[in-house]
Design a protein around this ligand. Sequence first.
Ligand code: MTE
Ligand code: HPA
Ligand code: MOS
Length: 761
Amino acid sequence: MAAEPVIGAAIAHDSARLHVSGRATYTDDIVEPQDILHLAVGMSERAHARVRSMDLSAVRAAPGVVAVVTAEDIVGENNCGAVVADDPILAPGLVEYAGQAMFVIAASSIRAARRAARLAIIDYEDLEPVLDIRDAVRRGSFVMPSKTIVRGDSRAAIGAARHRLAGSVALGGQDHFYLEGQVAMALPREDGGMFVYSSTQHPGEVQELVARALGRTSKDVVVECRRMGGAFGGKESQAALIACIAAVVANHTGRSCKLRLDRDDDMKMTGKRHDFVIDYEVGFDDDGLIRGIEFTFASRCGMSTDLSGAINDRAMFHCDNAYFLENVTIVSHRCKTNTVSNTAFRGFGGPQGMFAIESVIDEIARYLGIDPLDVRYRNFYQVGERDTTQYGQMVEDNVLHDMIDDLAGSSSYRERVAEIRAFNAKGGTLRRGIACTPVKFGISFTATHLNQAGALVHVYKDGSVQLNHGGTEMGQGLYTKVAQVVAAEFGIDIGRVRITAADTSKVPNASATAASSGSDINGKAAQAAARRIRNRLAAFAADRYGVPEDAVRFENDEIIAGTERLPFGELVHAAWLARVSLSATGFYRTPKISYDRETMSGRPFFYFAYGAAVSEVIIDTLTGESRITRVDILHDCGESLNPAIDLGQVEGGFVQGAGWLTSEELWWNDAGELGTHAPSTYKIPTSSDLPVDFRVRLLASSPNREETIYRSKAVGEPPLMLGLSVFFAIRDAIAGSGSVAALDAPATPESILRALGAGDD
Ligand code: MTE
Ligand code: HPA
Ligand code: MOS
């Protein structure tokens, strides 16, 4: 009986049963050592201040407290910033945001530690904070120099165009709201070693930063992560703060330490998606063709650099989205503010860049009185001409025209536009709106050197397999996909493959699992490792059965060598007896990419992933409430490794994007304190916010033109940007009531009412 092919099979997530039955072990579920101490963090109450004195005597004397640790107690480097060393683990006398970690309490219970934290008496000398993006730009408060991309002559092109528009739009940030908050447990090992369980997308970086904080080197530290309960970029760089705190206190006390942030503290202490202010000026023709465009982006980076360089670069790389911008100038300011340091979040600046161009397209359409989809078509990248991005990469794999035609047809876009116009013309308090938006998203880390991965595969003599690679599992199904690749390589049932936790002592120097590249690069690395073992097995079988090596096949849990058929386990056992090595490492580096960081030109991306969405909404013009009534999505996963998992990524990404642009509002008061630091005030979508009618398809028969793992495409981040269609459908509904006012994101009821108010009689 032929087994189902494992590649392209809709196999359930390897931990699905464990997830739903509550048996999946997250970092906080790992059995605690007997000597465990629980940590709580004393956080700054001021956005910007010098600390004149910290009286921690009452904290130290509180019941259950074993130790209190401050910056002075850090024996190594007081830094957890990976790119630039400007992120103190514990504030060294200067606080730069409300919520910044200042001291740590180690106590016999979490409650005791948290209670004691409140007893600190701190004397602050307040300094003037920078809390606003525009204010930061005015004052020249930046975490790094501004950058510019120029192609053609945007000034002249705008000047010569038939029509011109200029405007500004504000775009909010987003909290990751991973279900599992930030957490780490550090266990001192003999002779200065440290073992750290960390909920992190980047175990290797945590290892390095922990080592430096302890005044040691990477060889002394092991970091392990079996899974995260969601990360979404929030644990790419910033898990290091939590792990460093746990390790520093473990080192200081000689006891195991665990830090699991309470949700409110997590939201105050760790960074979010960058909010942006976007200024634009555009010149265009009667049919909406953009002749020249200028963008000025200013983003809130917060108090330190973190990943803001690459994030803002990616915004600049994605403000074309699917459109050819012939004459374009993009200026990007990276603002330093006295707020938490913002960080990676699904899309990594790409969504902000795409929001900018989609806003402009929408404005052009409203101004000209033509359907926004027609303006989009007019500006799409073409094939063979008008096909080079503003950073000089050719768009070689453009499938958007066909996708949009397909989706517009299957969703009856045109008919529904007409029907919605008729509905809105009737008046009343409800208005409907619809929008079709495309996504083109560049796949690869823009920092070229990060596009590498390693794997380690062991075959045991009973024919079972252990798989390890540098990638981390955050719910996205990476481990399942890579296991499929290894099972396919050996022609065995996936049940023979045991997936093991990311572990810096098995695969060194791994990049973060990020940039959606997890399965692309770890899949290839694991395939390379498995292939080495398979080649040894094939050579052994060829020799034994007197057939050429390339005549040995691995399928259906068997190996076939000429007329011989042998169960996989038997062959492996025989190979072991013959002293064949059954363990191998594998390595992969993404080919073809290279780009000049200074001029921001070249080929930063191996390829592009595409998608398109049509969303329909209804708004209540009295209350400003909105509902998503129907969504049609067509998304390009190349030849999907696992359509069940990919479908989940598309649905989840879309909903997360829609949440960002509708209900998820971050609000700080005038003192720079985050007011929205709990689910009571920060509103992520719930199951009842799902589109009433939700139709998601993966693009069929569309192998990646590049030689990726089984011609699949990365899927983690791109679908988030499908959520833009919801925002522009709301914009359309507002226009349906006659208002032309700009709509700031997120389109909360307040924001919608503001936009409607400007259009009132
Ligand atoms: N899906 C789930 N369920 N949980 C997550 O935390 N993170 C997203 C995406 N999908 C995330 C997710 C982000 S930000 C990225 S970069 C990718 O998954 C990372 O995984 P991949 O590269 O294996 O796709
Ligand atoms: N995406 C995500 N994470 C990253 C990137 C990127 O392009 N570059 C560095 N870290
Ligand atoms: Mo994803 S924002 O690249 O972790």
